[in-house]
Ligand binder design. Sequence first.
Ligand SMILES: NC(=O)c1ccc[n+]([C@@H]2O[C@H](COP(=O)([O-])OP(=O)(O)OC[C@H]3O[C@@H](n4cnc5c(N)ncnc54)[C@H](O)[C@@H]3O)[C@@H](O)[C@H]2O)c1
Length: 274
Amino acid sequence: MKSTDICLNDQVAFITGAANGIGEGIATSLARFGAHIAIADIDRENGERVATAIRELGREALFIETDVNDTDQISLAIDAVATRFGRLDILVNNAGGVRKQPFLDQSERSWRKHIDFNFISTLCATQAGAKLMIDGKRGGTIINIASSEGLRAAPEFAVYAACKAAIINFTRTMALELSGHGIRVHALAPDMIATKGLQAFFDAQGEAGRIARDHYIPMQRLGSVEEIGSVAVFLASKMSSYLTGLTIPVDAGVHASSGWSRSVRTGEWNLHHW
Ligand SMILES: NC(=O)c1ccc[n+]([C@@H]2O[C@H](COP(=O)([O-])OP(=O)(O)OC[C@H]3O[C@@H](n4cnc5c(N)ncnc54)[C@H](O)[C@@H]3O)[C@@H](O)[C@H]2O)c1
């Protein structure tokens, strides 16, 4: 092992939903460690902003306006990567999201939208991306962004959570099917990462939000998008060369806690608080 094994010099990464939030954090982190970046997102303004920031780091960057709900657009985006870079080394299936709603009130149209956005997009990008990696004969890494909700029950997030659980299982199967091509496949299961939306939600709750956060998260703070990015760098690098098929909760101990929480008032750990 050498210290340079963490470097991603001249690797090409394609990241969906990388114009903001976790995707932006991953894109910037991979670029800091040497990768060239293709950003596939519907948000042109912020996608170009992230691309400019990556060029300022001395890497190549390409923004491809892409709606991941449209599988043809995903295939065209992967084609654009092939045309521009001639290869793909790192694929990050990050775009996804949710609307909170009790399952009995959710329309079939809404289930299908959640499935297209969170799961079908991952299938499509994985198939097109893995084929390009195989053509390049250099192996590669696929990182799927799941969620803590894919590892547990998630009331009022039923279809989203089922999609994330599907992504976690798909990750395991792809790790096996693609192992012969030198492609490693991983999933990350984040929880409470300080994207603009989540930070605004906690800020709006004031002191009550801080107490809820400190009660729920063992490390008592939100994560940063760079803290997801750094795990992605490790998984994409030679430093993790014997890892595949794994889902890593990047959550400050939330998954480990499994019902345990710390009283904000007394600091005492307990399985129940009332
Ligand atoms: N933030 C968290 O705490 C958290 C926790 C668990 C899982 N996740 C997962 O992380 C991923 C990223 O979430 P985030 O919190 O960074 O979201 P975000 O809203 O901050 O960013 C999402 C990005 O996806 C883009 N996008 C939206 N619709 C798109 C579409 N149809 N096609 C292409 N791009 C589209 C947006 O423009 C934006 O750039 C999601 O899969 C989400 O489920 C986030």
